[in-house]
Design a protein around this ligand. Structure first.
Ligand code: HEC
Length: 412
């Protein structure tokens, strides 16, 4: 009898006390039901020293924010996988979304008082894919300390891939240095002498490493060829395909630091090859004629771009939805002959969580092409004090669905 009492006390001391006295019955517990979901879907960001503020592999911390966890998962803001591949608009590689059942388990756990249950080991977060043999390392060469009193510091660094001749980018791996500070990274090409001169002038005009930039590289051009958010590992373009990098030109990497003052030297490893079976190009649909009145909860703009005649099939492999801070939702379609193919449905756009999303299966547009790419972007302009237009600044907006597309290299 004594040992039974001791055992009960031990179990209780292991973290169940916050739950209070309740009928455990069939209620889900942290260790049995919820921790495995967190391990797979959350702890890649929600662990000590990582980008997210709370460590969900720590039972006490998880319990202390149980109702926020319920709210954020029910609204699907967490995990921050901003594209919806669960319905009738494509499905995506590495879809991190929770299932309805997982969301219900988390809610039942929170409603039951967030019981800990019987302590047991928590699985590690899945390891992120890495590049085995990168041949280029993009390195700003010096550490940059984000500016004090600037919560969101966007900084561009000119980096040199050291390419003598054109090459094709087939994979990339962002290697964040101060993990807790780096909120996203975009890599831009510099495709002409004019763009290079513009980047160098911006760099020279500001003290310290790099220069300030927001919605682009500030060069008047630049293709975004790598987009990264925390919790994402190496990204590989579909086999046999790659994006052209121009020999002799630098690249610009844009870092978004969200708070924190520690000097950071984030790098990007690249895998490049000399030739590919199919050159990947960034194509897309955008609405440059934005004029968004301030003070509106939901204002939607749309645009359609005619798709040119195609002599060969073109395959879209993935989409990069891009708006700025006021962007809330986006949809993109290919319309032809009265039929509409959904290419992207982003119901909860968040500038902080933009990244590239690859389709589980490519979308092939057969010859002769034609029809239109169409985009609809919705904004909440209540925080703006003037009309917003297209531009790269923090108080400008954008509306872009960029597609990674390939076509067979042939007689064309
Ligand atoms: C890709 C990284 C990432 C993943 C994966 C992720 N989170 Fe988060 N989470 C964050 C960051 C960063 C914040 C801080 C707020 C922000 O920047 O959006 C946050 C904030 C939160 C918050 C606090 C919101 C508030 O009230 O301030 C909760 C709760 C949360 N996440 C729960 C979860 C749960 C549960 C999961 C898994 C089902 C999850 N998160 C997956 C990065 C992530």
């Amino acid at each position: 009898m004594r040992s039974l009492v001791l055992l009960l006390v031990l179990v209780c001391a292991c973290g169940g006390e916050e739950a209070g006295f309740f009928d455990a019955g069939a209620a889900p517990t942290y260790f049995d039901d919820v921790a495995p979901i967190f391990a797979e879907h959350c702890n890649g960001c929600h662990s000590a020293g990582n980008i997210a503020p709370i460590a969900l592999d720590d039972v006490k911390q998880a319990q202390s924010v149980a109702s926020a966890i319920k709210r954020e998962t029910q609204s699907r803001t967490m995990p921050p996988f901003i594209i919806d591949g669960r319905g009738d608009c494509q499905s995506f590689r590495d879809d991190a979304s929770l299932s309805d059942e997982q969301i219900a388990i988390i809610a039942a756990w929170a409603d039951a008082g967030a019981p800990a249950g019987e302590p047991k080991a928590i699985a590690a977060a899945p390891a992120l894919p890495t590049l085995e043999a990168p041949d280029v390392l993009l390195d700003p060469g010096v550490a940059y300390a984000p500016r004090p009193n600037v919560h969101d510091d966007y900084r561009c660094f000119i980096v040199d891939p050291g390419l003598q001749a054109d090459a094709f980018l087939t994979a990339y791996e962002v290697r964040p240095d101060v993990l807790a500070q780096v909120h996203h990274v975009v890599l831009y090409t510099v495709d002409s002498a004019e763009e290079q001169a513009a980047a160098e002038a911006l760099d020279a005009a500001e003290g310290g490493p790099g220069y300030s930039c927001f919605g682009g590289a500030g060069t008047g051009g630049g293709r975004s060829i790598a987009v990264w958010a925390p919790g994402t590992g190496a990204t590989r373009y579909p086999a046999g395909t790659g994006i052209r990098l121009h020999g002799g030109r630098p690249l610009v990497m844009q870092l978004h630091y969200n708070g924190g003052l520690e000097p950071d030297r984030t790098t990007i490893a690249l895998e490049t090859v000399d030739t590919v079976q199919a050159e990947g190009v960034m194509t897309g649909v955008f609405d440059v004629s934005l004029s968004l009145p301030p003070g509106m909860e939901g204002v939607t703009e749309s645009a359609a771009l005619p798709l040119p005649r195609l002599d060969v099939p073109v395959t879209l492999h993935g989409v990069y939805p891009h708006m700025h801070r006021y962007g809330r939702a986006m949809r993109a379609y290919w319309d032809k002959d009265g039929a509409s193919t959904c290419l992207a449905d982003v119901p909860r756009y968040d500038f902080d969580w933009q990244r590239f999303f690859f389709y589980e299966e490519g979308v092939t547009l057969p010859p002769p092409g034609g029809g239109h790419f169409r985009i609809e972007c919705t904004y909440d302009t209540r925080g703006a004090d003037r009309e917003l237009h297209w531009g790269e600044g923090t108080d400008d907006e954008m509306c872009i669905a960029a597609f990674y597309a390939t076509y067979p290299v042939g007689p064309y």
